[in-house]
Design a protein around this ligand. Structure first.
Ligand code: FES
Ligand code: FES
Length: 125
């Protein structure tokens, strides 16, 4: 069903397996954002010496948002805050390869939520 709607195998695997779904109870940063569609995303970061040691996502939303969140988490683990802050829609798109055109704003929601978390972490630090 998802493949017929234009999702790549990678995007579908992220959606079904949800490898990084959940909260980090002792996260150094937890931030949430609600998109214009009403879907909500939360990101939890564990950061040591400026490096993201662990990252997890919660999503109350669509398959596109879940896949985009998983891809974002995959990409930022082990990166510095500065490197993670450069993550953009194109990076996630390259991981997911195909996602229905009307779901591109779900990728933007993942990027915006991540940037919010990094900004809040830095302004709290
Ligand atoms: Fe809702 Fe992007 S704003 S899916
Ligand atoms: Fe809302 Fe995708 S439709 S995040």
């Amino acid at each position: 069903m998802l493949a017929e709607s234009g999702y790549s195998d990678k995007a579908i695997a992220y959606y079904i397996e949800k490898p990084y779904m959940g909260v980090i109870p002792d996260a150094d940063q937890a931030s949430h954002m609600t998109g214009t569609c009403g879907d909500t995303m939360g990101i939890y970061l564990k950061i040591e010496d400026g490096v993201i040691q662990d990252a997890r996502y919660e999503v109350m939303g669509c398959a596109g948002a879940v896949s985009a969140a998983m891809a974002a988490v995959d990409l930022i683990k082990g990166k510095t805050i500065e490197e993670a802050g450069k993550l953009n829609d194109g990076d996630i798109f390259r991981v997911l390869k195909e996602i229905p055109a009307k779901k591109h704003h779900c990728i933007q929601l993942a990027v915006k939520t991540l940037k919010k978390a990094l900004d809040e972490y830095q302004s709290n630090g």
